[in-house]
Design a protein around this ligand. Structure first.
Ligand code: AMP
Length: 561
């Protein structure tokens, strides 16, 4: 082999912030703090504080490879931990405080976290859990001395005190770019949570991949607000992508309700934002109720679960905000596909445009394939469906210290099994049909819960809807729809059914429609099908009022979309 004559410089996370400090020293990181007031400083200040933090971590005895946990909202101190912890060669393990206590106990002990950095308002949770976190040696409350709460946390330290007397420069180690840098557990519906362990290289390449694809348009002058929590898959890479691009970053703290988000967006001139559909549905409801507008926001990315078309349309047509949809997983850093912008989108009008909005183009660096029930590759024709498998430099090659889960997730030839069912067209555009376990199998044929929900949510009186399977003696499973009406509206089951008629195949028509005030959500803000199944999954379907006749063969009925 003829070796290239290029330098072998590692891709390291701390170099992102160093670059921003040099090139964009005054570009701001703005946070709504947990304590209330808005805090702001430039990337150069952030870099100096991260150096202080690195000294503090060394003082605590944190060594390369050690796991350091954060239990925190989106603020500048959390941002500093992203860089400081990975910068000294340790692993920043972001923890979702909304998980069940047993999951928290498992995650912290499985990761073997040596230190926990916790936001002041989450101290009561930490106190409750402390005795169950056997491995934790240090507790650091992310606040200053004045606001330091009374606490029973053993030897609790104050973040600002810890940083106060430390130097503003740090001699960053030249780490191997494959050294672990960050960690996030994903909690499936069965089994223990599983740890994705990102390295410096995967994190930097993911951030560059986001920027290359223009997943969200970031450059100097852009103002990005990750409305996705920083404990959820590294806030989808924004704390890394924004400093590379020189964009201002706005961290919304704890409050992700529509009113709080809009206020901060308007005050800080946010141009781009990212989050899960539940957050965007909340903001939409707020805007409609208050008659509010979004005067600076140009682009909204929705990901984490399927974006309802009606929501995409509302943002675009009522508020002039371009929406794109991203696909990703904790295991894939997360973003692997996003948006479908380009000449095809420019040319598309009306329904065709919104149908295209449901698709996402694969990012450079990631590869996709579809595998059918028979284990054979499914054609990439935009129609055929199969399990989505992927590989790439920011996709997990296995889980942290969990060989059984790794064996389940990885194929023999090194691809990651996503558990999503999808189609892909001839232009690498992905369309997710469902999670494998959420598909509804009726008479041997699949019904996509996402498609059904999408149609239900296009009813003007529906705020959110979820479709789950109910057992059926003849058809094995039939769909039921759980609907949360919009505030002040009270649609009937017949209204919904009338609306669905002609929009979905007759055999997709839900056998049962129930109404709830609000759908249950998971710790990351997605609709919890698990809790819906627990509550409704064993309902006996009402008389087979919507079933086709005995003689009608299921397979001959093609869905109308
Ligand atoms: P998590 O690891 O918690 O981020 O969840 C990953 C899962 O979220 C994926 O496997 C998908 O099932 C779902 N998901 C993420 N993005 C989308 C999307 N754009 N459309 C539909 N489902 C999505």
């Amino acid at each position: 082999m003829l070796q290239g004559r290029m330098m072998d410089r590692p891709l390291l996370i701390i170099d992102i912030l160093k670059h921003a400090a040099d090139a964009f020293p005054a570009v701001e990181v703005v946070s709504r703090t947990v304590e209330g007031p808005v805090h702001r400083y430039g990337y150069a200040d952030a870099y100096r504080r991260v150096a202080r933090l690195a000294h503090a971590l060394k003082q605590l005895g944190v060594e390369e490879g050690d796991r350091v946990a954060t239990v925190a909202w989106n603020t500048y101190r959390h941002f500093e931990l992203y860089y400081g912890v990975s910068g000294v060669g340790a692993v920043c393990h972001t923890i979702n405080p909304r998980l069940f206590e047993d999951q928290l106990e498992y995650i912290v002990n499985h990761a073997g976290d040596r230190a926990v950095f916790v936001d002041a308002d989450l101290v009561p949770l930490a106190e409750k859990m402390a005795a169950r976190f056997g491995c934790v040696e240090h507790w650091v409350v992310m606040t200053d001395r004045e606001r330091m709460p009374e606490t029973t946390l053993p030897g609790a330290l104050c973040y600002e005190e810890l940083l106060a007397d430390k130097p503003e420069t740090y001699d960053w180690p030249e780490l191997d770019e494959r050294a672990a840098a960050a960690m996030c557990y994903t909690s499936g519906t069965t089994g223990n949570p599983k740890g994705a362990l990102y390295h410096h290289r995967s994190t930097v390449l993911h951030a560059l991949g986001l920027l290359a694809a223009g997943v969200v348009p970031l450059r100097q002058g852009s103002v990005v607000m990750p409305a996705v929590p920083m404990f959820h898959v590294q806030a989808w890479g924004q704390p890394y992508a924004a400093p590379i691009a020189g964009a201002k970053i706005v961290l919304p703290g704890r409050k992700l309700d529509g009113g709080s988000l809009r206020e901060l967006m308007e005050a800080e001139g946010v141009t781009v934002t990212l989050g899960v559909p539940t957050v965007w549905l909340g903001l939409l409801a707020h805007l409609r109720e208050t008659g509010g507008t979004l005067t600076t926001l140009k682009h909204l990315m929705s990901g984490g679960s399927a974006a309802p078309v009606s929501m995409v349309r509302a943002y675009e047509e009522e508020f002039g905000v371009a929406v794109s949809q991203g696909w990703g997983m904790t295991e894939t850093s997360p973003v692997c596909a996003c948006g479908a912008d380009g000449p095809r989108m420019d040319a598309a009008r009306g329904d065709a445009r919104y149908a295209l909005k449901l698709k996402q183009r694969r990012l450079f660096g990631v590869e996709f394939r579809l595998v059918g029930d028979d284990g054979e590759p499914a054609p990439l024709d935009g129609e055929s469906q199969g399990e989505l498998q992927c590989r790439g430099p920011w996709v997990v090659g296995g889980y942290y210290d969990d060989e059984a889960a790794t064996a389940d997730a990885m194929t023999g030839d090194g691809w990651f099994r996503t558990g999503d069912v999808a189609s892909i067209d001839g232009e690498a555009m992905l369309q997710i049909a469902d999670r494998t376990k959420d598909l509804i199998k009726s008479g041997g044929e699949w019904i996509s819960s996402i498609d059904l929900e999408n149609e239900a949510m296009s009813h003007p009186e529906v705020a959110e809807a979820a479709a789950i399977a109910m057992p059926h003696p003849r058809w094995q499973e039939r769909p039921m729809l759980v609907v949360a009406p919009r505030k002040g509206a009270s649609p009937t089951a017949d209204d919904i059914r009338g609306h669905l008629e002609g929009r979905v195949a007759r055999w997709w028509m839900p056998d049962d429609i129930v109404f709830v005030d609000e759908l249950p959500h998971t710790a990351t803000g997605k609709v919890s099908k698990l809790r819906l199944r627990e509550r409704f999954g064993n309902r006996v379907p009402p008389a087979a009022r919507t079933l086709p006749s005995e003689t009608e063969p299921w397979t001959s009925i093609t869905p109308t979309r």
